[in-house]
Design a protein around this ligand. Structure first.
Ligand SMILES: Nc1ncnc2c1ncn2[C@@H]1O[C@H](COP(=O)(O)OP(=O)(O)OP(=O)(O)O)[C@@H](O)[C@H]1O
Ligand SMILES: [Mg+2]
Length: 235
């Protein structure tokens, strides 16, 4: 479980997160929704140790994360798939996956085989440069690169960005299946509220760095006010 308590983050004069608290339950998908600039990416970057908060805590089970280096947090089992995928275009699919498995205890071959089974399209393209992948394949590679490190928490930053509706639907199904199969704790950041709510059990809505709603995904999805003012969903 990830517990965020009274978290505030500032970039100079810009207050990106203000007193944010919520819990992401173990083995569940928690959606973090909100418009551009709401603070979603900042939240994930703070959990994974890339940004230092001005106030507050992040706890992974009973382990406090704030103050630890990003590499240490990754080794503790927190995988982060960044906005814009973070795949290295000049590297092949397999070279990207090797990067992800750097700290693994499991042998590389076993890790690779598992990812290629999960994402057959990547296996077929293992020697191909990542630059040549489609948007959906790049997202699969970014996820596989995080998964090969065998995380227990997966932070996903707008995985559906730029993907066609059908590809997005397949990707969301993969995320849900993975969460169930691997008992992963997933924090799914999305602007695409409809898509994210469909697979999440719980959702948090951010607006200008503050939590404006925190409830079961089904309750959030049916709230007219939230739909209209914060989620850009037509009724
Ligand atoms: N490195 C930075 N330096 C200064 N300000 C930043 C930085 N990163 C983000 N911000 C600001 O912090 C606020 C929150 O940004 P953040 O990227 O977390 O939002 P977001 O919800 O992920 O938005 P989007 O949906 O556009 O990805 C915004 O006002 C943004 O301009
Ligand atoms: Mg963002």
């Amino acid at each position: 479980m990830i517990t965020v308590t009274s978290l505030s983050v500032a970039y100079g004069a810009v207050q990106a997160l203000r007193d944010v608290s919520f819990q992401a339950g173990a083995g569940q998908i928690t959606a973090v929704l909100g418009a551009n600039g709401a603070g979603k990416t900042t939240l994930l970057r703070t959990i994974s140790g890339l940004v230092t908060p001005t106030q507050g805590r992040v706890d992974f089970g009973s382990t406090a994360l704030v103050g630890r280096r990003a590499e240490e947090i990754a080794r503790l089992g927190v995988g982060h798939v960044p906005e814009g995928r973070g795949v290295i275009s000049e590297f092949t699919v397999e070279e990207n996956l090797r990067l992800g498995s750097m700290f693994n205890k499991t042998p590389l071959a076993k890790g690779l085989a598992e990812q290629y089974e999960l994402f057959p399209a990547l296996g077929e393209r293992r020697k191909q440069h990542a630059a040549k992948l489609s948007g959906g394949e790049r997202q699969m590679l970014a996820m596989a690169r995080a998964l090969i490190a065998e995380p227990t928490v997966l932070l996903l930053d707008e995985p559906s960005l730029g993907l066609a509706p059908l590809v997005t639907a397949q990707l969301m199904k993969t995320i849900k299946d993975l969460c169930e199969k691997k008992k992963l704790t997933v924090i799914l950041v999305e602007q695409n509220a409809v898509t994210a709510l469909r697979i999440s059990s719980h959702a948090v809505v951010l607006n200008l760095g503050r939590v404006v709603a925190d409830d079961d995904a089904s309750v959030i999805g049916e709230d007219e006010n939230l739909r209209q003012y914060y989620l850009g969903m037509s009724s």
